[in-house]
Every structure is written in structure tokens, then in C-alpha cells.
Design a protein around this ligand. Structure first.
Ligand code: 5GP
Length: 179
């Protein structure tokens, strides 16, 4: 696989499509087992998680419902620490098993904020599933029960993740190249 150029930055191949598929499959097996006989609401965090969520839900066998939230905390290649809420879920969450589906966890700011909002609706349970996590950057106590893969503190794109609006359509994951 070749490097890709997005705006002013070069990105190098990092996680292949085959590896991503394995990670998504392993997560789906765990989630299917834990939510057997339940009917969770999967809350997809847009924009970045749309491809991960699309692959994950098609691997799952449990009956589930989907809803979406759109938030943003990133500008360029940095977490800003501020969270923009573009829209939140529509379904009533009270008494429901909620599983948040996030693409990547960096500082954890986005998830912490969402978790707090969701809990205020009195759901039966709230858990988090993410494809990628940067443990070095993560700074909140919230437990992330379903973690696909740990990565170093690098900026990555592809498979739904963008750099200033582009790169989401790349089939595999690339990391920023140090030049
Ligand atoms: P946090 O709030 O945990 O600091 O950041 C989470 C959000 O920032 C993710 O949902 C994602 O949108 C964005 N983000 C975090 N790290 C990366 C990264 O390496 N690449 C891209 N493209 N977005 C990231």
C-alpha cells in the first residue's frame, strides 16, 4: 500500500482492511454474547463512526435498534477539549440498554460528555464500544468495555476518520507520517 496525501500532510499505511475486519468480528462476538436476550439501542457517534458501525451492525446477530448523535471536538489533528453538539438521539433512552459506538477514543472528552448526557436519561445500562483507543491520551475514568485495538498517540485517517473533511473514504487506516 502506498502513502496518501491529504491537504498538506502525508499519511502512511497503518492498519489493513483484513486487520480491521478481524477486530470488528472479535468485537461483534463479544457484544452478541453479552447482549443475548436484550434489545440494545446502538448510539452511533457521527461522523467518524459511520463505517465502523455499518460493518459492526452487519456482523451482530442480536436484535438491535440504531440511533445517531453528531458531535465534534477535533480541529485539524488536535482535540480542542470543547465539544460541539450538532444533534442528539431521538429515541427515548429511559430503561433501555444503550451501547455507544465510537470510532476512536483520544482524550475521552467526547465520550465522557456523551456518557453523562445519556445517563441523565435513566437508561437501564450504558456501555461503550470503540474501534480504536489511544491509551496514552485517555484521561477519564469511564470504562470502555469493548475496545477494538489500542494504538499509540498518532493521528490516523481512513475507515470513516478524516483530516479536515477528507480521507473518510479510505478503506484502511493510515497514520500521519513524520517528515
Ligand atoms: P476525544 O474527545 O476522545 O479527545 O476525541 C474523540 C474524537 O476526536 C473522535 O470521535 C474523532 O472524531 C476525533 N479523533 C480523535 N483522534 C483522532 C485521530 O487520530 N484521527 C481522526 N481523524 N480523528 C480523531
Amino acid at each position: 500500500m502506498k502513502d496518501v496525501q491529504l491537504h498538506n500532510l502525508t499519511f502512511e499505511p497503518f492498519i489493513s482492511e483484513a486487520e480491521i475486519e478481524k477486530v470488528v468480528m472479535a468485537l461483534s462476538v463479544k457484544i452478541d454474547k453479552d447482549y443475548k436476550d436484550r434489545n440494545p439501542i446502538l448510539l452511533i457517534v457521527l461522523n467518524g463512526a459511520f463505517i465502523f458501525a455499518a460493518d459492526l451492525v452487519r456482523q451482530l446477530s442480536i436484535p438491535l435498534r440504531l440511533d445517531f448523535v453528531k458531535v465534534s471536538s477535533y480541529s485539524g489533528t488536535e482535540s480542542t477539549g470543547k465539544l460541539g453538539e450538532h444533534f442528539l438521539w431521538n429515541m427515548p433512552l429511559e430503561g433501555q440498554d444503550v451501547l455507544i459506538i465510537e470510532d476512536i477514543v483520544d482524550t475521552g472528552h467526547t465520550l465522557h460528555h456523551l456518557n453523562h448526557k445519556i445517563k441523565s436519561q435513566n437508561p437501564a445500562s450504558v456501555e461503550i464500544a470503540c474501534l480504536l483507543i489511544k491509551p496514552i491520551a485517555y484521561k477519564y475514568p469511564d470504562v470502555i468495555k469493548y475496545q477494538g485495538m489500542e494504538i499509540p498517540n498518532e493521528f490516523v485517517v481512513g475507515y470513516g476518520l478524516d483530516y479536515n473533511g477528507i480521507g473518510r473514504d479510505l478503506g484502511s487506516i493510515y497514520k500521519k507520517k513524520d517528515i
